[in-house]
Write a protein that binds this ligand. Structure first.
Ligand SMILES: Nc1nc2c(ncn2[C@@H]2O[C@H](COP(=O)(O)OP(=O)(O)OP(=O)(O)O)[C@@H](O)[C@H]2O)c(=O)[nH]1
Ligand SMILES: [Mg+2]
Length: 431
């Protein structure tokens, strides 16, 4: 009912009938007053009072009724966001996400108000060196920190000291071969009488480590081909996908057009994980359905990289397979597919190793290197381990350059490895 209808209803009232009804009401009330024994002279007054009260109540009720009728909710209903809609299913070619059919869904209940999130404390801006230092702090204290404690207060460089030093180097994951090499060099200098102070021991160690790390190797030059294809390999859980995400972000930030290929079709949600990284970095991800042939993903990704004139294609791979197909054979096959589509690809086979696994990482590196001839290594999770000495072991035993080190889970926590800085951090921090 709206205002016009209400007015029509009032106009249509038969006032004669209404007045007669009112008169009857007064008679009834007067009779009631007679029964209750109210004196004559007060009866009209009391009757009018009762009618007045009655009318007031009726008018109030009417007002309430009208308010209820005309008061419509003005507040728009909160929209319920369908979580699933955010994860769009992607067609098999991986080219275009398929929009789910739009459905008009009546909201059932208002969505809960979001609690205002407290502003995160801005991290103090640390220099590259400081960040590196923080990420390397555990390795620093387990290696140079212990060496310094050993040397502290010693006046004689004797055999005992060298033996203790040997133990420290081994437990800091420098590896047997590298440790032997370092100790042999120390012994030689000692026998030549060149080591009379502990500072000389420290300096010699520093120089030797630097020399091991600075071996001749091919630089990573992503401008040497277009698209430059980086195939990222490694056992499961080492940080391949995370490293790809960080690299994609860095390359995109430097103005390169990047495409990601979700070649890990084995692990559940591996492609979705890569897509999230792709979104963060603002780069396209080529994917197939779970369980698809990784070679087919490599093929499509290479085709897309050429078609879109991408500068860099980063291809993720599985760390494990569900079939009995040998992982290394599968990687070789992916390599061949890439080479067919982009001659010379993959230009870089980057092995990701988890530094926290220590010597195990070295074993993995040897196996992968034998199978697919590695071009470089990304060593992740250095921030969480004291086993950073593995960097030296890899350099000494494999002669495969460590290209990047991971020092945290954030986007910018992947750093190009710099031997000079590595040694400075190790040897300067403790002073
Ligand atoms: N602290 C730390 N964590 C890291 C680093 N790099 C990767 N991670 C973490 O390691 C875990 C595994 O990383 P993923 O990128 O999923 O590893 P993956 O090799 O792709 O694993 P699969 O796909 O299962 O083979 C994640 O929780 C990452 O956040 C790093 O440099 N530091
Ligand atoms: Mg992965």
């Amino acid at each position: 009912m709206d205002w016009n209808e209400a007015l029509d209803w009032i106009k249509a009232l038969d006032w004669e009938v209404a007045l007669e009804w009112l008169n009857n009401l007064i008679v009834v009330i007067t009779q009631l007053l007679v029964d209750t024994g109210i004196p004559d002279e007060y009866r009209p007054l009391v009757a009018l009072g009762i009618i007045y009260l009655g009318v007031t109540v009726v008018v109030l009720l009417l007002i309430l009724l009208l308010l209820k009728i005309f008061k419509r909710p003005r507040k728009p209903q909160p929209k319920i966001v369908d979580e699933e809609k955010e994860k769009l299913p992607v067609d098999v070619a991986g080219e275009s996400p398929v929009e789910p059919e739009a459905e008009a869904v009546e909201p059932l209940a208002p969505a809960p108000e979001l609690e205002p999130q407290p502003e995160p404390e801005p991290e103090p801006t640390l220099s590259m060196f400081e960040r590196f230092k923080r990420g390397m702090s555990k390795t620093q204290s387990s290696l140079v920190g212990r060496v310094d404690s050993l040397l502290h207060g010693r006046t004689v460089i004797d055999e005992d000291l060298v033996e203790e030093l040997e133990e420290i180097l081994i437990t800091a994951d420098l590896g047997m071969q590298t440790t032997q090499q370092l100790i042999a060099s120390l012994e030689q200098s000692r026998s030549r009488g060149e080591l009379s102070t502990t500072e000389q021991v420290r300096q010699l160690l520093m120089a030797e480590l630097k020399q091991i790390l600075q071996f001749e190797s091919k630089d990573l030059d992503v401008d040497s081909a277009s698209p430059f294809v980086i195939m990222v390999v490694g056992v499961n859980g080492v940080g391949k996908t995370t490293t790809i995400g960080k690299l994609a972000n860095q390359f995109a930030q430097s103005g390169k057009k990047v495409i990601l290929g979700a070649g890990d079709t084995f692990r559940a949600a591996a492609a979705e994980q890569l897509e999230i990284w792709g979104e963060r970095a603002g780069v396209e991800v080529i994917r197939h359905a779970e369980g698809a042939d990784p070679g087919a993903v490599a093929f499509d990704a290479a085709k897309a990289a050429v078609a879109r004139k991408a500068d860099i294609l980063l291809l993720d791979t599985a760390g494990r397979l569900h079939t009995k197909v040998n992982l290394m054979e599968e990687l070789k096959k992916i390599g061949r597919v890439l080479d067919r589509e982009i001659p010379g690809a993959p230009h870089e086979i980057l092995l990701v190793l988890d530094a926290t696994t220590g010597q195990n990482a070295l074993t993995q590196a040897k196996l992968f290197n034998e199978a697919v001839a590695l071009d470089g290594i990304a060593l992740t999770k250095l921030d969480g381990t004291a086993k950073g000495g593995i960097v030296v072991a890899i350099a000494a035993e494999l002669k495969v350059p460590v290209r990047y080190i991971g020092i945290g889970e954030q986007l910018d926590d992947l750093r190009p490895f710099d031997a000079e800085m590595f040694i400075s951090v190790l040897f300067d921090q403790h002073k």
